[in-house]
Ligand binder design. Structure first.
Ligand code: DC
Length: 228
């Protein structure tokens, strides 16, 4: 290994990966990497360029013009820049969720972003979350967790999150979008969302945030102990 510790957390959208992983990383003193934000940045760029986000040739042709960077603001939050512009808020628009899911199914997009993700793990102790971190990006991660919850629980949480950001959407629309993204992310040909054979399952359907965080940190601690 490279001397750094990697914790890979995969799971479907709305399972609470980002908020839990961010807190766990702060507790451990690791860097938190939200890889969905990177795919969202490509989705945003394609959307802004007026492309059909299902058109692989068009999206592939756009990639060389994209300067995508990841950094952290003074509050320690991950920020994404696209050709120098801070797009951290813009990538959270609901329409960009589907655009991100669409472009993330394209092999050239995944290849384009792979090095960036691996470099973060080579240079830092990380908790990295996404869909294929334990299976493809960091197959040798010391800890792998598959974090999930029922579609209904995820829709409920996503709805509250959007409300807090002033982007309210009806429950039925949020649930439909979650089911559509699950279907797309789990059934694509490349790097589909699935639990790695050696990942520990954590289902947060029936537990609140604090208990989920306790269990997540408990799993990480136990797995690291096993490896030491
Ligand atoms: O985690 P998120 O909802 O912000 O991710 C947005 C989309 O990006 C998601 O629908 C699938 C894709 N994605 C991916 O394919 N691989 C990852 N490691 C992370 C996200």
């Amino acid at each position: 290994m490279n001397g750094h510790i990697a914790v890979a957390i995969d799971g479907p959208s709305g399972a609470g990966k980002s908020s839990l992983a961010r807190k766990a990383a702060a507790k451990l003193g690791y860097i938190y990497v939200d890889t969905g934000a990177i795919y969202r940045t490509v989705g945003l760029a394609a959307d802004r360029a007026g492309l059909d986000t299902h058109d692989e040739d068009a999206v592939k042709a756009l990639l060389p013009s994209l300067g995508i960077d990841m950094g952290y603001n003074t509050a320690g939050e991950q920020c994404m820049t696209l050709n120098g512009e801070d797009v951290s808020a813009a990538i959270r628009q609901p329409r960009i969720s589907m655009a991100a899911s669409n472009v993330s199914a394209m092999p050239p997009v995944r290849a384009f972003l792979l090095d960036m993700q691996r470099k973060m793990a080579r240079e830092n102790d990380v908790i990295m979350d996404g869909r294929d971190i334990g299976t493809v990006v960091l197959p040798d991660a010391e800890v792998k967790i598959f974090l999930t919850a029922s579609p209904e629980a995820r829709a409920q949480r996503r709805m509250l999150e959007l409300e807090q950001k002033g982007m309210s959407q009806p429950y039925d629309d949020v649930l439909r979008e979650i089911l559509q993204r699950d279907e797309q992310d789990m059934n694509r040909a490349i790097a589909p969302l699935r639990q790695a054979d050696d990942a520990v399952l954590l289902d947060t359907s029936d537990i609140g945030f604090d208990e989920s965080l306790d269990r997540l940190c408990g799993i990480i601690g136990a797995q690291l102990e096993k490896k030491s």
